[in-house]
Ligand binder design. Structure first.
Ligand code: NAD
Length: 500
């Protein structure tokens, strides 16, 4: 494949950055392979993009909601035709196994279908009034310019989660994809352009968090920052937005998730759910579980069988249909995993499978790793049980009572995803009530989103306005509109309306 010469997309034109600088997108499975060269945007590019979005806002807002939605219908038709090519491109650009890349594409399509379908659903509510002759309605108004800043690990689905509801509700947007997946970011905008989105309604600025992300968040003409990524970046963004008189931040961030296996669990479901939770996307999902909390009665057998399965996990070329784990996204990801593998040892972990960096043959040109699995008794001091590793670093922790299981799960600053493996609905119910999470699963892995369900977390994981339906609340104002049909003024709460 030839190297793509990427551009920014501002006011309907594909242009270079004022910085004159570029950066490369290389395949994490083969760092010698350059997929594209992209503009390294600066504050001037960001300013142009935000101004274009601001200028396009009144006209876009005035377009019928149904017509705005039709852009996404066109988008879906085109993306469906190219589904396989785009999936393969994603596997190459972010290293996700091909089956997972296909699912990412499909999820993005589902989000576009959701927002298209939504445009023929009610756009507000009719609300009762104390006065019979009053009609009161709640209508949602778009907020203005949305900055959509996204991570690399779902380079198609997450941008659609953020851009779909924002644009369909009549906002305009500036999209900054991850610097690790600029090509997928460019593809999304190419398809939206072909689908008929007017100039200025969606703009693309490529670049990193420092050069492009920060000025975008700080820009006074941005009304909403819709961010998905790490807690460190998200917490900075929230502070910047809080200091502005009008800017709203909706942030979905990291996780330290767990699978809890009870003594009555179906053992095969427990093993499979744990494996999928720990190793899909090479442990680089916000909902990946690096903590398997297992009842002591099953503990020895579970450890033995889980390690056997972990040793069978196929690591390699993401385009190979048999690959379960592609590489980590980059060398920094591998160094981070090595740091936490060492920390697990220092904090008393008993290593069961000495995984880690793989070298030689097909592994030589990417950050390939095998799983690292260890036993660990719970202690609130152990950081490795509380912090996000974002790699296949897996602690298996024993518990005795349900109270202990809940404590071990909750003992982290994050609160994103939880899987419970049990046949006893009463145990599942207690966890549903007492654990801190945004996504709970019973007899399933801790991964597996569907776009029409809420997706987001609590504590350091999120600000509670996740994808789809609830993102609409973040990108719109709810307004009240009240009309009097009586021949005179009548007021609520018994307030006198006569002028004496
Ligand atoms: P990251 O925070 O490094 O980057 C995310 C995006 O933010 C990128 O586009 C980056 O350029 C930009 N950015 C970084 N610093 C910024 C700043 N100061 N101001 C503005 N923009 C900035 O995250 P990543 O490595 O791309 O993704 C991994 C992280 O994302 C993990 O923590 C993972 O758990 C999280 N994640 C969360 C969800 C969720 O829905 N909760 C989903 C996927 C990933």
């Amino acid at each position: 494949m030839s190297v793509v010469k990427g551009k920014n997309f501002i006011n309907g034109k594909w242009i270079d950055s004022h910085s004159g600088e570029t950066f490369e997108s290389r395949s994490p499975a083969n760092q010698d392979e350059v997929l594209g060269i992209f503009p390294r945007s600066n504050a001037q590019d960001v300013d142009e993009a935000v101004r274009a979005a601001r200028k396009a806002f009144p006209a876009w807002r005035a377009v019928s909601r149904i017509k705005r939605g039709e852009v996404f219908d066109n988008f879906v038709q085109m993306v469906k035709k190219d589904h396989e090519d785009l999936s393969r491109l994603m596997a190459r650009e972010c290293g996700k196994a091909i089956n997972e890349s296909r699912a990412d594409l499909t999820e993005g399509i589902h989000m576009a279908q959701y927002v298209f379908g939504m445009t023929r659903m009610p756009a507000g509510d009719v609300i009762a009034s104390e006065i019979a002759e009053k009609d009161a309605t709640m209508r949602r108004h778009p907020k203005g310019v949305v900055a959509a800043i996204t991570p690399w690990n779902f380079p198609f689905a997450i941008p659609l989660w953020l851009l779909g509801p924002s644009l369909v509700e009549g906002n305009t947007a500036v999209f900054k994809p991850s610097e690790d997946t600029p090509l997928m970011g460019q593809k999304i905008i190419e398809y939206l352009e072909r689908a008929g989105i007017p100039p200025g309604v969606v703009n693309l600025v490529q670049g990193d968090g420092e050069g492009a992300g920060r000025p975008l968040v700080a820009h006074p003409e941005v009304d909403v920052v819709a961010f998905t990524g790490s807690y460190d970046a998200g917490s900075e963004i929230r502070k910047v937005c809080a200091a502005s008189p009008h800017k709203f931040a909706v942030c979905e961030m990291g996780g330290k998730n767990a699978v809890i296996v009870f003594d009555d669990a179906d053992f095969q479901i427990a093993l499979n759910a744990s494996l999928l939770s720990a190793y899909k996307t090479t442990g680089q999902r916000c909902v990946s579980s690096g903590k398997l909390i297992v009842h002591e009665s099953l503990y020895a057998k579970f450890c033995e069988e889980f390690v056997k399965l972990s040793k069978r996990v196929s690591v390699g070329d993401p385009l190979n249909e048999k690959t379960f784990m592609g590489p980590l996204i980059n060398d920094a990801g591998r160094k981070k995993m090595e740091y936490y593998n060492d920390l697990a040892r220092k904090e008393g972990g008993r290593v069961l499978f000495e995984g880690g960096p793989l070298t030689g043959k097909e592994y030589g040109r990417g950050a390939f790793v095998s799983p690292f699995v260890y036993q660990m008794d719970y202690d609130p001091k152990f950081r490795v049980l509380r912090e996000e590793v974002f790699a296949p670093n897996v602690a298996i922790v024993p518990f005795c009572t349900i109270d202990e299981a809940i404590q071990i799960y909750n003992d982290t600053d994050y609160g994103l995803a939880l899987a419970v493996i049990t046949e006893d609905y009463r145990k599942a119910w207690r966890l549903r009530e007492e654990c801190e999470y945004g996504l709970g699963y019973v007899n399933l892995p801790s991964i597996g989103a569907e776009v029409h369900l809420p997706f987001g977390g609590v504590k350091k994981s999120g600000t509670g306005m996740p994808s789809a339906a609830t993102l609409i609340d973040a990108v719109t104002h709810r307004t009240a509109w009240t009309v009097n049909h009586a021949a005179e003024i009548k007021m609520a709460q018994g307030l006198k309306a006569q002028i004496e």
